[in-house]
Design a protein around this ligand. Structure first.
Ligand SMILES: Cc1cc2nc3c(=O)[nH]c(=O)nc-3n(C[C@H](O)[C@H](O)[C@H](O)COP(=O)(O)OP(=O)(O)OC[C@H]3O[C@@H](n4cnc5c(N)ncnc54)[C@H](O)[C@@H]3O)c2cc1C
Length: 594
């Protein structure tokens, strides 16, 4: 591979999902910005987000940003940093209106205001009852956000490098100088020389077997930063969404339950009334996923199998509305209008009409609460003392601010993207104005060239898909909805064996042009590393909190564990753990009652 191009920009943003585009939009007002994306921008996973973006607009009933903040902190099992949560919930209102003004076609209430619906964990703090906070465009909210932001970026003349995959970060001492990328169509390397770099590369659900995440979600940005000396924060907290289509993992939005859908076990029982008597099917995701898992383990899956039903047929929903004393009723037409994509998915993939039959669902690996540690302006932090790595930024799912703590509330990811994407974009533009462009080190692409050459040369080793399947099975068995010291240790042993096997991973396509074989093998290296960091962090945390449920330590332990994990990669493994205090605020830890 030869280097054909060096490009120079003030700032380079890696990733064209909601976080990357929001940052690009703001940064490009004051700086020369490039966005590099391995996918065509509007194919980013943000486009798959269905249910909504959370903001306490209070368009239909009373709501306040403080209630949104309390729900977020409670949902996080008190691990979120409360200064960041306040920013999230206050800025959300303004950013959603801003998106509306950019032309985002939200659904509307009859009075013309943005339509809002209920979602898991969103409550009126005074009554404890669900509140309508999720602003939505049918069940295509992420798609609309992505299209709107992309159009705005084009209008603002952001430079896009589509189907370029970033493989390394250029770091000199305590500063970054750019990134190295491969142009996927030609296989040639490009150096992007810049004053600032931002990673907005999304999550890594592909570590697990059943996931709602797209194939491209392989955690590249997090793994690259880890290899360049940035720790990863709170990696043991990965969210399992309760309602993935059985076996396929494709997401059925929580908006279905927001519209009144209920979970039913093999005995025809609405079992969430036992686990969360107040808020029932709209309890937070960790709570609902564990409840489903426990029902299945107790033999109460449908026909004793590994799934339960999600029922949004008007007959069932209206029966429970009447039982709960709610004065609303729904019709088939309402479901078709509010959940058109879900109706389409279930008809296509299951042959089921959700307005007439229940859907078979099981928990699916969904969202990374952890990631690259940042401050509230998106600046990447290197340690528990919060030392900043100059010029490096992160936002969106790959970042950990942390507003989601141990468990994220539904609709808070889209809010996170636009709120912190905007702040990071602004800060980065300011940073670029104040700094000169420092020279590149010699041959910055050497290491990644060697890595790729090695993968090409390997012969007679395992194929990438074999290693990937072993990793996914082991992560599901050992570091899934529930985990214990024993299961995590078994997974760690398997991951270490896989790390060894990966050294000789062998591909068949040795060519240059569009070599997805090579790039998938490289991505597998990222997944393996993130899986190991997740397992190492999970093994150390001897308590249960949010998405991290230890069967051997079932209680939350605020005395010893009200702190963030930082996992550092030392030269050739092992990983080193460090801990950082949680920023508290108005809310002190209490037992979570739903
Ligand atoms: C099915 C589904 C439904 C969801 N529904 C909701 C919802 O209703 N509400 C909500 O709040 N959240 C929802 N979420 C979560 C939310 O959509 C994601 O967390 C969020 O969209 C992530 O956005 P992002 O900008 O961080 O990254 P993404 O949108 O995932 O984009 C990542 C970008 O990084 C690029 N990239 C990655 N690696 C590289 C590399 N090495 N080089 C170059 N480019 C790279 C990709 O090309 C892409 O442009 C949902 C998630 C899923 C999977």
């Amino acid at each position: 591979m030869t280097i054909v191009h060096t490009h120079t920009f003030d700032a380079v943003i890696v990733g064209a999902g909601g976080a990357g585009l929001m940052a690009a939009l703001y940064a490009s007002r004051e700086a020369d910005v490039a966005v590099i994306s391995k996918l065509y921008p509007t194919r980013s996973h943000t486009g798959a987000a269905q249910g909504g973006v959370g903001a306490a607009l209070g368009n239909m009933e009373e709501d306040r940003w403080e209630w949104h903040a309390y729900d977020t902190v409670k949902g996080s099992d008190y691990l979120a940093d409360q200064d960041a949560v306040d920013i999230l919930c206050q800025d959300a209102i303004d950013v959603v209106i801003e998106l509306e003004h950019m032309g985002l076609p939200f659904d509307r209430f009859p009075n013309g205001r943005i339509s809002q619906r209920r979602f898991g964990g969103h409550t009126n703090n005074e009554t404890g009852r669900p509140v309508m906070r999720a602003c939505h465009a049918a069940d295509r909210t992420g798609h609309m956000i992505l299209q709107t932001l992309y159009q705005q970026c084009i209008k603002n003349k952001v430079n896009f490098f589509d189907e370029f995959q970033v493989l390394d970060l250029i770091r000199v001492g305590n500063e970054v100088r750019g990134v190295v990328a491969v142009e996927i169509t030609t296989g040639e390397l490009h150096i992007f020389h810049s004053k600032a770099v931002m990673f907005a590369t999304g999550g890594w659900g592909r570590c697990w077997e059943v996931t709602s995440n797209a194939h491209s979600l392989t955690g590249d940005g997090a793994a690259i930063c880890l290899r360049r000396g940035v720790p990863l924060q709170d990696m043991e907290f990965f969210q399992f969404h309760p309602t993935g289509i059985f076996k396929l993992g494709i997401l059925i939005t929580e908006g279905v339950r927001g519209e009144g859908g209920v979970l039913i076990n093999g005995q025809g029982e609405r079992f969430m009334t036992r686990y969360a008597p107040n808020i029932k099917d709209l309890a937070s995701r960790d709570v609902v996923s564990r409840a489903i898992y426990l029902e299945i383990m107790a033999g109460r899956g449908i026909n004793g199998k590994n799934y339960v039903h999600l029922d949004v047929t008007p007959e069932t929903v209206n029966k429970y509305f009447a039982e709960d004393g709610e004065d609303r009723r729904i019709t088939r037409e309402h479901i078709e209008a509010k959940l058109p994509d879900i109706a389409d998915f279930t008809r296509t993939y299951l042959g089921i009409d959700p307005t007439r039959e229940p859907m078979p669902i099981q928990p699916t690996a969904h969202y990374a609460m952890g990631g690259i540690p940042t401050d509230v302006d998106g600046r990447v932090l290197l340690d528990a003392q919060k030392t900043v790595l100059n010029g490096l930024y992160a936002a969106g799912e790959v970042a950990c601010v942390s507003v989601h703590g141990a468990n994220r509330l539904g609709t808070n990811s889209l809010t996170d993207l636009v709120v912190f994407g905007r702040r990071a974009g602004k800060h980065m533009a300011q940073y670029c104005k104040e700094r000169p462009l420092e020279p590149l080190p010699t041959n910055p692409a050497k290491e990644i060239m060697d890595t790729l050459a090695q993968i090409r040369q390997n012969e007679d080793g395992a194929r990438p898909y074999e290693l990937r399947q072993r990793m996914q099975k082991s992560m599901t068995a050992g570091v899934g909805v529930f985990r214990t010291q024993e299961t995590i240790s078994q997974t760690l042993a398997e991951l270490r064996a896989l790390r060894e096997a990966y050294k000789t991973v062998t591909i068949t396509d040795k060519g240059k042009v569009f070599n997805s074989d090579l790039l998938e093998a490289w991505e597998l290296g990222c997944l393996l590393e993130l899986a190991e960091v997740t397992a190492v962090s999970a093994l150390a945390r001897t308590e249960s909190r949010g998405g991290h449920a230890r069967d051997d330590y079932p209680e939350r332990d605020d005395v010893n564990w009200l702190k963030h994990t930082l996992c550092h990669k030392e030269a050739e493994g092992p990983y080193r753990l460090e801990y950082k205090p949680v920023t508290m605020g108005r809310y002190q830890p209490k037992a979570r009652v739903y």
